[in-house]
Design a protein around this ligand. Structure first.
Ligand code: ATP
Length: 233
């Protein structure tokens, strides 16, 4: 279970998160939507341990970053705007590097399997500096899941992907979900959100303004609320 308690983030005199309390159960898949600047990426970075909250706490199964940072990071796969890949390394070398950091066993085999799974087997030995944005995103997805994380944090994962890659990414998300992983996805793509997630949370101005469960059975309501909160801006 992931819990945020009273998360506040300020940078200078700007208030980005205004006391966010959120509980996400193990195995839930949650889409975070909202207008630009609402604080969506910020909360994801704080949950991933990449940014400190000004006040408040994040707990994962009762563990806290202040005490159990390494243990928590091992459980998380984070796909950010930045791919975190090394330009001069090939997909295989990049995945082996990140896999080793997480102590993944059978890393060579696992890395090859993932490069093929994301459809880039043909480019396995090319440095990623020559890759297109979509190709980099595919490898970044593989990097985020190399250690079979229990929690997937995806920041706008569909951006820059072609239709085939979107399908592939959704399959990855649904497969991880079926294996019991928890998924939190920040996105502007409402269609992809409702295809892959069971719960939709809408942020506005650093606060949660909607928290809608059981998305597939309440699609009309969720669409109406989303339109009201976001699409009309
Ligand atoms: N390092 C920073 N310094 C100053 N302001 C920042 C910093 N990081 C984020 N912000 C501000 O915090 C606010 C929330 O940013 P955040 O990236 O969380 O929004 P978002 O909801 O993900 O937006 P988008 O949909 O545009 O990606 C924005 O106004 C942004 O300018």
């Amino acid at each position: 279970m992931i819990e945020t308690k009273g998360l506040i983030k300020t940078i200078g005199d700007k208030v980005i998160l205004r006391g966010v309390n959120l509980t996400i159960k193990k195995g839930e898949s949650v889409a975070i939507l909202g207008p630009n600047g609402a604080g969506k990426s910020t909360i994801l970075k704080i949950i991933a341990g990449l940014m400190k909250a000004t006040s408040g706490d994040v707990y994962i199964d009762g563990l806290n970053f202040k005490k159990d940072s390494y243990e928590m990071k091992k459980r998380i796969g984070f796909l950010a705007h930045n791919s975190f890949l090394y330009d001069h390394l090939t997909p295989l070398e990049n995945l082996k590097f990140f896999g080793k950091l997480y102590g993944v066993s059978n890393i060579e085999e696992k890395a090859k399997e993932l490069v093929n799974e994301v459809g880039l087997g043909f480019f396995i030995h090319d440095p990623v500096r020559s890759f297109s944005r979509g190709m980099l995103q595919r490898i970044a997805i593989a990097r985020a899941i190399i250690h079979d994380p229990e929690i997937l944090l995806f920041d706008e994962p569909h951006t820059g992907l072609d239709q085939e890659a979107i399908k592939l990414l959704n399959e990855v998300i649904l497969k991880m979900k079926a294996n019991g992983s928890t998924v939190i996805m920040v996105t502007h793509d409402f269609q992809q959100a409702v295809q892959t997630c069971d719960r939709v949370i809408i942020f506005r101005n650093g606060k949660i303004v909607e928290d809608l469960d059981n998305v597939k059975n309440n699609l009309a309501l969720v669409t109406a609320r989303y339109t009201e909160q976001v699409a009309c801006l």
